[in-house]
Design a protein around this ligand. Structure first.
Ligand SMILES: [Zn+2]
Length: 359
């Protein structure tokens, strides 16, 4: 069974029903507004994170799993009815194998497909003792594992240890109960600023119409594809990704945000020159896409000579927002840029970009 789509705009119904696009350029779960979400090209993100992993000299899988666990918990809390969660939590292991508990996990897998995480099937389920899943087309195995660990914590009240292996082009993930207490990565939160960002809505499901123009959903395989770039995208948690970046910053030092921003600018410039930015509405279109993606609300743009200054409220991540804006600037101006940004504790960032002196 797959999730239903809106008959008017063909967007999966979950987006109109369970997700809100705010005037402040953020996207959040209706039932749990502190769960902030965003769309990002998944290879672009994994590429950035693996690059940091190389600097760190260790695989980043572990950081990804640990940072995603509390997010998995929140995602399940935001999507399943509280009564269902409480009921499954009360069922003894001997009865977990019946349809009721499995049904809860099937629903989670449905949502995961709509969010672009791939297709996850439970192939053995023994409640708190053990379960075995098969994953096809994962957006990221460590992030899926982190989400599952959080889901088990919430629904079954237990911690699990995990092992996984590749098999015939799929991944098998086995979870077993453990008494070990996990390390809970601190989740960074930022204040929210109200704003006037407006996106035209579907008259039927109320999801932004731009969603349909931007993304294509394969709800059987759990894949979201960007219609313009043909790259794969996923709908992720802002706080989860920021927790990963702050863990890395803790390990690698304060210059990490600059490295991240530069890398993001380079990726963005390569993408945008391919997209012929001018034909698609220039910076304004880029800003609207940021609002659609839940990356923040660009409110003030100032051009002083060749310098561009943009104030973005509710940035999903200061370094990545700065890098995106610098990348656009480079694509538009055809030069390399020098960028800087000033972050505010009050929920905004001011990004400045100008031609690099050797540009
Ligand atoms: Zn619709």
């Amino acid at each position: 069974m797959t999730m239903k789509r809106c008959r008017e705009c063909e967007t999966p119904l979950i987006f109109g029903r369970s997700i809100i696009w705010t005037g402040g350029g953020t996207v959040a779960a209706r039932a749990l507004p502190e769960l902030r979400l965003f769309f990002i090209e998944i290879d672009e993100l994994i590429n950035l994170l693996s690059y940091l992993g190389e600097l760190l000299g260790t695989p980043i899988d572990h950081i990804l799993m640990e940072s995603e666990r509390p997010i998995g918990r929140a995602m399940v809390e935001a999507t399943l009815p509280p009564l269902l969660i409480r009921a499954v939590r009360c069922i003894p292991d001997a009865f977990q194998r019946f349809f009721f508990a499995r049904g809860a996990f099937r629903r989670i897998a449905d949502y995961a497909r709509a969010m672009g995480y791939g297709s996850i099937t439970m192939i053995a389920y023994e409640g708190r003792r053990r379960s075995l899943m098969r994953v096809r087309n994962p957006h990221s195995i460590p992030l899926i594992i982190g989400d599952c660990l959080g889901a088990f914590q919430l629904i079954l009240g237990v911690n699990m240890s995990v092992e996984w292996k590749r098999e015939n082009g799929t991944t098998l993930i086995e979870f077993r109960r453990t008494e070990e207490k996990p390390y809970d990565v601190p989740i960074p939160r930022a204040p929210y600023l109200e704003g006037q960002a407006e996106l035209a809505r579907c008259p039927r499901c109320r999801a932004p119409l731009l969603l349909r123009e931007t993304f294509e959903w394969d709800l059987v395989n759990g894949i979201i594809t960007n219609r313009r770039t043909a790259y794969r995208e996923a709908f992720l948690s802002v706080e989860g990704i920021n927790a990963i970046f702050s863990e890395m910053e803790r390990e690698l030092g304060e210059e990490i945000p600059l490295v991240v921003a530069r890398r993001q600018a380079d990726l963005m410039r390569e993408r945008l020159s391919r997209r012929k930015l001018d034909e698609e509405g220039g910076l304004l279109a880029v800003f609207q896409e940021m609002q659609l993606r839940g990356m923040g609300n660009p409110v003030e743009v100032e051009e002083i000579g060749r310098q561009l200054k943009v104030r973005v409220e509710n940035p999903f991540n200061d370094a990545l927002v700065a890098g995106r804006i610098a990348g656009c600037y480079e694509a538009l101006e055809g030069v390399r840029s020098k960028m800087s940004w000033v972050s505010s504790e009050d929920g905004y960032v001011v990004v400045g970009v100008e031609p690099a002196s050797d540009g």
